[in-house]
Write a protein of this length. Structure first.
Lengths: 97, 150
């Protein structure tokens, strides 16, 4: 049986998740994300993984999880990714004729 | 149009399109030759719509996005489109009818519209995964849902 200290240590250890990120064209890359990190970090790391650093301006992109463009990128990963280990990074705007 | 090449190009892009549709919450597309159907719902409603990508000529022209009667998928056109408050709707005369369009590059209607006929674009802008992105964008990020029909 694990001691209380051991359990606490386990609980304090952040989980790392393999996340598949896709761009607008459906090309993909993989990042390892800390579940306690804000989604803004996933957006930055996803852009770097897809396009290589120095990355694009993250302010120009939406992070889409299960069809939802995340409004608050300060939320942590764990609130969104428990069941969705894939995201799409797509430009906020499209050209309109 | 080269019918064999069209099928080969759709085959080439199909797996990526299915994956992108899943990631974007659009569900599972159904394909019948060069037509692709997706049953979708805009944000904020349980109303369902049948999005249709008509990919005839996919070797040379962008897919035509249209919406069809939900149950049968036979009737196409304005009555079956979701009305989103900020979507760039327009229409063109096409194949003997008025085709509703989203006036953005990568849609057949945009490239056939007289205002954009002379523009030159890379064919990659109309590949199927980008069509999934466009449909998802229409349903979730082009304003609020206003009802059925344009």
């Amino acid at each position: 049986m694990e001691s209380r200290d051991q359990l606490a240590e386990v609980r304090n250890e952040a989980m790392l998740w393999p996340i598949e990120v896709a761009d607008q064209e459906g090309d993909t890359a993989n990042v390892i994300a800390n579940e306690n990190a804000p989604l803004s970090r996933l957006l930055h790391e996803g852009l770097d993984a897809l396009y290589g650093p120095p990355g694009h301006n993250a302010d120009d992109f939406d992070l889409v999880i299960a069809g939802v463009a995340v409004d608050n990128l300060g939320e942590s990963l764990i609130e969104w990714l428990r069941h969705h280990l894939e995201v799409v990074i797509t430009p906020k705007d499209v050209h309109r004729g | 149009m080269d019918a064999t090449l069209v099928q080969e190009l759709i085959d080439r892009d199909w797996a990526q399109f299915v994956a992108q549709s899943r990631r974007l919450g659009l569900g599972a597309p159904e394909r019948s030759s060069d037509r692709i159907d997706l049953v979708v719902s805009p944000t904020g409603t349980t109303d369902r719509f049948r999005a249709v990508l008509l990919c005839d000529g996919y070797d040379a022209v962008a897919p035509a996005l249209d919406f069809a009667e939900l149950e049968t998928g036979v009737e196409l056109g304005k009555p079956y489109w979701p009305r989103m408050s900020a979507a760039p709707y327009n229409e063109i005369a096409y194949a003997g009818r008025r085709l509703p369009i989203l006036c953005t590059p990568g849609t057949r209607g945009y490239h056939l519209h007289p205002s954009h006929h002379a523009e030159s674009h890379d064919k990659n802008i109309w590949r199927l995964p980008l069509q999934a992105d466009l449909i998802a964008r229409l349903l979730t990020r082009m304003g609020s849902y206003q009802g059925c029909g344009l």
